[in-house]
Ligand binder design. Structure first.
Ligand code: ZN
Length: 342
């Protein structure tokens, strides 16, 4: 079975974006609308938006199941206040839930949280619990920088975030550490801010004893871990200088990486440097990089090809990357699959 741990609903019907634009236009006067009830998207529209996009490509590439969350760049937690984010997150999560109901064998949800800059993260718990209990979601996306490129929140190791971690441990769900749109011109959203955040999140954990406080807390760092695998020697050396244990003990029982790296040499490096037990198959299809690589003739985000062509990986390694590690990390997904006899 091939599980893609990183997919977003980037192809939602236009009505969603139109609703959001109205919400943003009235952000200072939310009483002017729009109302949630004004957003009308039928099951047929949802079905079509998936069938001709993500599902078609999954079939073409031989992927079975995608862990599916709201479009990351649209989370835009920096816009408006907590109420703005609460309404928006509820709408986006519900759409992913409906997709998971329409295609129960191909999609399972992961929640966007209604984060807002400067607002206590514990305010996200009602939405988190709804998504786990009512929608049967298997994970969450946690934005370490709700200010959108200005980094105004404390580091992930700070007790500020602990209310979320307590719930993650209680429900045994991992968080994908995922920022959203950058509103800082210095950082391109997907080309810089995403990768910076992946690297930053790793270093925040390294420079802390977070996993002593939460030994079972699990983070998935997307986009191949940003610069982390490439600079593994630097991080090992920093851990040593900071008198931390070896990274294998200090972080690798809690931190995982996906394979959203869009060229062969990158996947080769990732899978040579990071232990196979810490790598999950992901493609972020359909996402930030949608083109075809003229050097290969295949889509950049067809990451399964690179894993297939990494000569140093064994068949057992590949199986672990495609399925085993995802079932281990997303234990609620494993339970759902087992209940179906898979
Ligand atoms: Zn993503």
């Amino acid at each position: 079975m091939i599980i893609d741990c990183h997919g977003h609903y980037t192809t939602a019907p236009k009505a969603l974006e139109e609703w959001r634009n109205k919400q943003i236009a009235n952000v200072a006067n939310p009483e002017l609308g729009p109302k949630i009830s004004e957003l009308k998207i039928s099951d047929d529209e949802l079905r079509e938006s998936i069938e001709i996009n993500q599902l078609a490509k999954m079939k073409e590439r031989g992927n079975d199941l995608t862990i599916f969350s709201p479009r990351a760049s649209f989370m835009a937690h920096h816009i408006g206040d907590f109420k703005t984010s609460t309404t928006w997150a509820a709408i986006c999560n519900e759409l992913c839930f409906r997709v998971s109901q329409l295609f129960p064998n191909n999609f399972v949800g992961a929640a966007m949280l209604p984060q807002s800059p400067g607002v206590d993260p514990k305010t996200c718990i009602p939405e988190l619990e709804k998504c786990i209990k009512e929608y049967d979601f298997v994970g969450i996306n946690l934005n370490p920088d709700p200010s959108g490129g200005h980094w105004r929140a404390p580091p992930l190791s700070n007790e500020y975030w602990y209310p979320i971690y307590e719930k993650m441990v209680e429900y045994d769900i991992p968080a994908t550490i995922h920022v959203s749109t950058s509103c800082n011109d210095c950082f391109h959203t997907t080309g810089a801010h995403y990768l910076n955040a992946d690297t930053t999140a790793f270093m925040q954990c390294l420079n802390s004893d977070l996993f002593k406080d939460f030994p079972t807390l699990k983070f998935l760092i997307p986009h191949g871990g940003g610069a982390v695998p490439y600079h593994w020697g630097r991080f090992r050396g920093l851990a040593q200088a900071l008198k931390k244990p070896l990274l294998s003990e200090h972080l690798l029982n809690n931190i995982y990486f996906d394979t959203c790296v869009y060229h062969q040499a990158g996947i080769d490096l990732l899978t040579k440097v990071i232990p196979v037990k810490n790598i999950l198959f992901g493609s972020e299809m359909i996402g930030a990089v949608r083109g075809i690589d003229p050097e290969t003739g295949f889509y950049y985000d067809d990451t399964k090809r690179y894993i297939e062509n990494s000569a140093h990986l064994s068949e057992t390694d590949r199986k672990q990357i495609y399925e085993g590690n995802a079932r281990k990390l997303f234990s609620r997904l494993d339970q759902k699959l087992k209940a179906k006899g898979l």
